[in-house]
Design a protein around this ligand. Structure first.
Ligand code: HEC
Length: 477
C-alpha cells in the first residue's frame, strides 16, 4: 500500500476559482423572489422565524454569515429574504450545503457518515414552500435560540500554533504552505485538530500534514516559513493528518485514538486562498491541536491509495487496471465524456501483524476533469455483516472546490474492517469535453482552446485518481 507518489501529489491545488458560480446573485437561480407567487401570509405557509431560521442555523449559517465564505448572510430575515428562491433551488438540486458523499445504484455504504450536513426531504420542502409563499417573515418571537453549533474552537486543545501572516492579493487562487513547529521533545499522540482561519472570506480549505523528517525546512528559502505549493507540500515523507473546509467542525478522534507524532515532527499546513472571496485579504490562520502523552488504544494512520501509472507490487494484477481496449495506460482521450480509470491494490500479508484493522474514514481526490469517484473493498472474509464487495464511498458529482473527508458514524468495533488479501479499488470517472463546466472554466483561464489528451500529473489540467483511507489498529503500523 505504498503510494508515496500519490502522497506528494495529493490535493494538488485549486488554481481555478469559485468565481464561475460565485458571482453574486445574478447566476444564483434568481436571488430575488421576482416570481413572488401568493402574497406573504403567515397563516398559510412557513415563515422565516418559525420554520426557516431553525434550518439555516443548523445547516447554513456556519458559512452564510457576515464576512463568511458564503456569498450572502442568512443570519437575519432582511439579509436572507431576497435569496429565498435561490435557497429553495440550491437545496432542491442538492448543491447546497456542499457535501459530496451520496448513495448511488452501485454504492450504498454500510454506515452513515459523521456530521452529515445534508437537508432532509422535509427541510427542503419547507424552504420551497416558504419561497413559494413569498418568503414571509412571521413573528420574530418564533425565532429559535441560535442553534448554530460553536465551531470556533477545538475543545480541550493543548496547543495553538499561529501560521505566519499572508496577504491574498492574487487575482487567481493561491495554494500556500506554512511550516509550524509544535516543538515536540518526545512522542505524542494527536487526537484532535481544528483550523481557525484569520480571513474567513478567502481561506477556502486547509490540509494539515505531518513532516516527521523536517523536510519542509528545505522548501522555505531565506529563512521564511512559507512557500507556494500547488501540488501538495512537495516532499515524499509528508503525512496527511487532517483537512478542513469552511463550516468544518473541529476534527476530533474518539478519546482512545491518536496519530503518533515523534519528537521533532513539524507540521505543514497547505492553505487554499480563494481569489473571489469577500472581506479582508490579510490572513493569519491558526491551527489548534489536542495531544495526549499516553499511548492510545488505537493508532490512526492515513494512507493515500491510487495514482498508479501501471501495474505494480507483488500481487499480480494490482495497479492500474486495463481499459476497454485492453491497454494498461492512464489516458483520457480528448472529447471523452464517460471515461473511467480503475486502480486496485491488495492489502499485503504484513498487515496481519497489525491485528484487526478498521477503516475510520475515507476521502477522494481528483482534479477538474474528474466527475465521479467510488471506493470499494472486496473482503476475503467479511466481518460484522459487511457485504463481500463493500462500497466505502460514492461521490457521484465530484466537485474539486468542495473536497473533504468522510468519517463513518459507527463505534470502532463496527467500522469496516481491512485484512491481508482484501482488494481495495479506486474508480474514477472523467469528462474531458467542453460539456464539463469546471474543465471549460480552467481551459478559459489557461488559454487552452480544445480538450487535450489527459494523463496523470500535478498540474491543473492533468488528472489524478486517489483515495484517502484513515486506518485504525491497536499497534503502530
Ligand atoms: C460549507 C459552507 C457552506 C454551507 C454550509 C452552505 N453554503 Fe451556500 N454557498 C457557499 C459558497 C462558498 C457559495 C458560493 C459558491 C457557490 O455558489 O457554490 C454558496 C452559494 C449559495 C447560494 C447561491 C448564492 C448566489 O448568489 O448565487 C445559495 C442560494 C446558497 N449557497 C444557499 C445555501 C443554503 C440554503 C444552505 C444551507 C441549507 C447553504 N447554502 C449552506 C457555502 C456554503
Amino acid at each position: 500500500m505504498k503510494a508515496s507518489r500519490g502522497l506528494v501529489l495529493f490535493v494538488a491545488a485549486a488554481v481555478g476559482t469559485l468565481l464561475a458560480h460565485c458571482g453574486g446573485t445574478s447566476d444564483g437561480g434568481g436571488g430575488a423572489s421576482s416570481d413572488a407567487g401568493p402574497a406573504p401570509d403567515a397563516a398559510l405557509g412557513p415563515t422565516f422565524h418559525k420554520d426557516v431560521e431553525p434550518i439555516v442555523q443548523k445547516h447554513c449559517t456556519m458559512c452564510h454569515t457576515e464576512g463568511g465564505i458564503g456569498p450572502f448572510s442568512m443570519q437575519t430575515y432582511a439579509a436572507a429574504k431576497d435569496y429565498a428562491s435561490a435557497m429553495a433551488s440550491r437545496t432542491k438540486d442538492r448543491t447546497m450545503p456542499p457535501w459530496g458523499a451520496e448513495e448511488t445504484a452501485s454504492c450504498k455504504p454500510t454506515h452513515a457518515f459523521r456530521e452529515d450536513n445534508r437537508l432532509s426531504p422535509a427541510e427542503i420542502a419547507t424552504l420551497e414552500a416558504w419561497s413559494r409563499a413569498g418568503a414571509p417573515e412571521g413573528d420574530p418571537k418564533d425565532a429559535p435560540a441560535k442553534v448554530a453549533r460553536d465551531i470556533s474552537s477545538l475543545p480541550a486543545k493543548t496547543d495553538t500554533l499561529e501560521l505566519s501572516a499572508y496577504t491574498m492579493s492574487s487575482p487567481t487562487d493561491v495554494m500556500r504552505c506554512f511550516v509550524v513547529d509544535p516543538k515536540l521533545t518526545a512522542t505524542r499522540y494527536l487526537n484532535g485538530y481544528h483550523v481557525v482561519p484569520g480571513a474567513l472570506g478567502v481561506v477556502h480549505h486547509a490540509l494539515i500534514y505531518a513532516d516527521p523528517k523536517r523536510e519542509s525546512l528545505k522548501k522555505v528559502q531565506g529563512g521564511g516559513d512559507q512557500y507556494d505549493c500547488f501540488g501538495g507540500p512537495q516532499f515524499d515523507s509528508a503525512n496527511l493528518v487532517g483537512g478542513w473546509v469552511p463550516g468544518s467542525v473541529p476534527g476530533e478522534l474518539p478519546p482512545n485514538v491518536g496519530t503518533q507524532m515523534d519528537a521533532g515532527t513539524l507540521f505543514v499546513v497547505q492553505v487554499h486562498y480563494h481569489a473571489g472571496g469577500p472581506g479582508p485579504r490579510e490572513d493569519k490562520t491558526k491551527i489548534e491541536l489536542r495531544f495526549t502523552d499516553q499511548k492510545p488504544e488505537y493508532y490512526a494512520k492515513t494512507r493515500l491509495i491510487g495514482n498508479f501509472r501501471g501495474a505494480f507490487g507483488t500481487t499480480p494484477g494490482d495497479g492500474l487496471q486495463p481499459g476497454a481496449d485492453g491497454k494498461v495506460e492512464f489516458m483520457i482521450p480528448p472529447g471523452a465524456e464517460g471515461h473511467e480509470e480503475v486502480m486496485r491494490v491488495t492489502m499485503p500479508p504484513a498487515l496481519a501483524a497489525a491485528g484487526t484493522v478498521y477503516l475510520y474514514g475515507v476521502g477522494g481526490h481528483m482534479h477538474y476533469i474528474g466527475v465521479s469517484e467510488e471506493l470499494r473493498i472486496k473482503h476475503v472474509a467479511p466481518q460484522n455483516g459487511a457485504p463481500a464487495d463493500e462500497c466505502l464511498l460514492g461521490i457521484p458529482r465530484w466537485d474539486f472546490d468542495w473536497q473533504r473527508g468522510f468519517a463513518y458514524a459507527a463505534p470502532i468495533e463496527q467500522l469496516p474492517q481491512v485484512a491481508a488479501g482484501d482488494q481495495i479499488t479506486v474508480k474514477c470517472g472523467y469528462n474531458n469535453s467542453m460539456s464539463n463546466p469546471k474543465m471549460a472554466r480552467v481551459m478559459r483561464e489557461t488559454g487552452i482552446t480544445a480538450p487535450q489528451p489527459v494523463t496523470l500529473g500535478e498540474s491543473t489540467l492533468d488528472e489524478m485518481c486517489l483515495g484517502a483511507f484513515v486506518f485504525l489498529a491497536k499497534v503502530p503500523f
